[in-house]
Design a binder for this molecule. Structure first.
Ligand code: ATP
Ligand code: ATP
Ligand code: MG
Ligand code: MG
Ligand code: MG
Length: 258
């Protein structure tokens, strides 16, 4: 009889320890490709930025936004994406493990499903995987600081990587390029690009410089499309490459974080 008691669900559930994420706070789930340095080499991504690889990431973020209605905004760069869930979300009863695991697994399988659309000539040689974490931000101001941090990171990394790969492509070894750039400031990197390679940083593709913001567009009526079948006007998920640090983006899209 004692043995039977031990397999009672209540007994086994008593070992589960999971705290809910703080109520009425923005939940940010950030996912990041695992070992994508190697993954990008195996699949011969263009360096420093493979445009199709970024478009593939963006297509998965669009799918996440369409699938999970509590996700109100998303920002991505390189092999990472941050998904913002609305403050009052009750998704998975605000359990981090539930929220993170479904978003991460949905994104990963979408990445595999969409691969051939972006790389019709390339075989997917390894299963991509992503890590994920959830963090709560208690105010809209702090959430915007978080997003600004990710976009600043995008800029700093892109500037460094652009210099690094220009040096490597012009004949320097990777360690020579690294040493060459050690301690240089943003201004010096821009000068290096301009003087040695004739590149004006500001003219590089905006997706590389600003990353990608993915969200339901509710404001711009020209972005709306009507569904032919039922004649209803539907919202559309858009991918934009814009400055999300400045106030102007949030003023133009007041409903995202309302
Ligand atoms: P970890 O598992 O710790 O995240 P990682 O190898 O994925 O390790 P990250 O710091 O996440 O390291 O960096 C991602 C790497 O993936 C970049 O350094 C870059 O080499 C590569 N990468 C990701 N996206 C692209 C892309 N669109 N074009 C070219 N390279 C890319
Ligand atoms: P949730 O998203 O809450 O998990 P769910 O629909 O996945 O909802 P579960 O309680 O996980 O619900 O149950 C999984 C369901 O999937 C089963 O009820 C069954 O209908 C179906 N299912 C799973 N595996 C099989 C299988 N091998 N053969 C037939 N049906 C299956
Ligand atoms: Mg990581
Ligand atoms: Mg990574
Ligand atoms: Mg990364």
């Amino acid at each position: 009889e004692e043995d039977i008691n031990k397999v009672k669900p209540e007994y086994l559930k008593s070992f589960v320890f999971e705290r809910k994420l703080m109520p009425s706070t923005w939940i940010v789930v950030r996912i990041d490709g695992r070992h994508f340095h190697g993954f990008s080499e195996v699949h011969e991504f263009e360096k420093p930025n493979d445009e199709q690889a970024l478009n593939l990431m963006n297509s998965c973020a669009v799918a996440v936004i369409e699938e999970f209605e509590d996700v109100v905004f998303s920002y991505g760069v390189s092999d990472e994406f941050s998904f913002v869930l609305k403050k009052d979300s009750q998704f998975h009863e605000r359990h981090a493990s539930g929220i993170v695991s479904v978003i991460v697994s949905f994104f990963s399988s979408k990445y595999v499903m969409n691969w051939k659309d972006f790389f019709p000539q390339k075989e997917l040689k390894k299963p991509p995987s992503f890590d994920g974490r959830a963090v709560c931000y208690p105010s809209t101001e702090i959430l915007r600081d978080y997003l600004a941090w990710r976009q600043v990171d995008c800029h700093i990394n892109n500037q460094y990587n652009t210099c690094f790969w220009m040096l490597v492509k012009s004949g320097k070894s990777k360690s020579e390029a690294q040493d060459y750039l050690k301690g240089t400031r943003a201004q010096e990197k821009n000068e290096l690009l301009a003087q040695q390679f004739g590149i004006d940083y500001q003219t590089l593709p905006v997706m590389f410089r600003q990353g990608s913001s993915v969200f339901w567009d509710k404001e711009d009526p020209t972005e709306r499309y009507s569904d032919e079948r039922d004649g209803k006007c539907r919202k559309k998920v858009v991918v934009e490459h814009c400055n999300i640090i400045e106030q102007s983006f949030w003023k133009a899209h007041p409903s995202i974080l309302d």
